[in-house]
Design a protein around this ligand. Structure first.
Ligand SMILES: CC(C)(COP(=O)(O)OP(=O)(O)OC[C@H]1O[C@@H](n2cnc3c(N)ncnc32)[C@H](O)[C@@H]1OP(=O)(O)O)[C@@H](O)C(=O)NCCC(=O)NCCS
Length: 365
């Protein structure tokens, strides 16, 4: 077998989907994070530029042995706009593992980066294999990584709810006319966190691919005395990103109807049949003046009572150290922990990053 690495193109879409479908998360329900029908729509939501490296096996031209992506996007770091590169979607076909293919792809990507670039990545807690693969690449230390934060993702179970809205606060869906006020609020609030994407709401109106699947009315706005005091968006990404059930271990497969009956009464994730997708709505663009927990809770409640009613759960990611981290813990939820790390091909980047809370946009991982 001869493995070569090259840049992927839209013509690779069918092979990319085949590779992705071979990789499932272990557990009683085997889940696969799919990107149908077009991997590149999802890639443009992660960054406005990307280097997609794919590995070919000369003996099996019909398959891809692996793929990995580095995406560039502008984030606020220490209060300033900075290009940050996100390393994600690293996948090697189980048949081709432990032959240095991940390492070979990371080497190829390095050509496009410099030693001063800041990179970040996220792995499900304790899944160190991709980090080790990066670190132990063929030519010695290719790049280094520093785990920085824990991200707590909550799948908040939806139910019928009367939103708990503090006195004097009003919540409603945004309209195009709100965009200037939303932008002014964003420009003031977003830089208070590291890693916040530099959003421009006018681009939502212009159907920019970075905002694929978002309409302006998907943002909930909280007002007090006519001024915006909070924003929270909800994002249905199923048109290009799906968490699909590929199979069940025997006992779960058998009790699924019973479990779903329980979930429909008690609130919880209903399990689709094999081949079906989980039905959740992703919360995004969390901005709350003075980190007011009651306002954040009111926004989550409001979304649950409106768009949320069509979904089984609201997905909400918050980083440890963020003053709002407590709020999702007050709901009935399923939780998932991941680790965020900084990466560099050169020096340790951490001295250039101050200690503001880290923001991670779940819809862009
Ligand atoms: C992680 C993954 C990409 C590694 O791909 P790979 O091509 O097998 O990795 P490499 O052969 O280049 O590994 C290089 C080094 O990484 C380390 N490594 C790789 N897989 C490892 C594992 N499962 N456990 C521990 N160390 C591992 C080893 O040090 C290895 O060197 P060695 O084989 O000489 O000991 C692959 O296992 C995979 O696709 N996993 C599932 C998807 C995933 O977890 N993706 C990451 C989320 S972004």
């Amino acid at each position: 077998m001869t493995i070569t690495v090259r840049l992927g193109t839209p013509a690779d879409n069918p092979k990319i989907h085949d590779l992705i479908s071979k990789i499932t998360m272990p557990g009683p329900a085997e889940m696969c994070f799919q990107r149908q029908p077009d991997f590149f729509i999802g890639a443009k939501v992660i960054g406005d530029e990307f280097v997609l490296a794919v590995a070919d096996d000369s003996e099996r031209p019909e398959v891809l042995a692996g793929l990995t992506v580095i995406s560039g996007r502008d984030l606020y770091i220490s209060g300033q706009r900075r290009r940050v590169y996100y390393s994600g979607d690293t996948r090697v076909d189980p048949y081709y593992r432990r032959r240095g293919i991940a390492s070979q792809m990371f080497v190829a990507q390095k050509e496009y980066r410099s030693t001063t670039d800041l990179l970040q990545g996220i792995v499900i807690k304790d899944n160190v294999a991709p980090l080790e693969a990066a670190k132990n690449a063929a030519d010695g230390v290719l790049f280094d990584y520093w785990v920085s934060h824990t991200i707590e993702t909550s799948f908040i179970f939806t139910r019928k709810i009367k939103p708990r809205i503090p006195a004097g606060v009003e919540i409603r869906a945004a309209t195009a006319a709100d965009v200037p006020a939303m932008q002014a609020f964003f420009d003031r609030e977003a830089p208070r966190r590291n890693g916040y994407p530099c959003y421009e709401f006018a681009k939502v109106l212009a159907n920019d691919p970075y905002y694929a699947g978002i309409s302006i009315g998907d943002y909930a706005l909280a007002f007090k005395a006519g001024q915006i005091i909070g924003i929270l968006g909800s994002w249905n990404q199923k048109a290009y990103k799906q968490t699909r059930v590929m199979g069940f271990k025997p006992p779960i497969g058998l009790i699924r109807p019973l479990y779903n009956l329980y979930a429909s009464i008690a609130g919880g994730f209903r399990l689709p049949p094999v081949g079906g997708v989980l039905n959740y709505l992703t919360l995004h663009t969390t901005l709350v003046a003075n980190d007011d927990k009651d306002v954040f809770r009111a926004l989550i409640d409001w979304i649950m009572a409106h768009q949320g009613q069509k979904y089984d759960a609201l997905a909400c990611g918050i980083t440890h150290g963020d003053p709002l981290v407590e709020v999702p813990r007050g709901y009935k939820r399923q939780k998932l922990f991941s680790s965020h790390f900084w990466l560099s091909y050169g020096e340790d980047p951490r001295p250039g990053i101050d200690n503001r809370p880290l923001f991670v946009e779940l819809g862009r991982l």
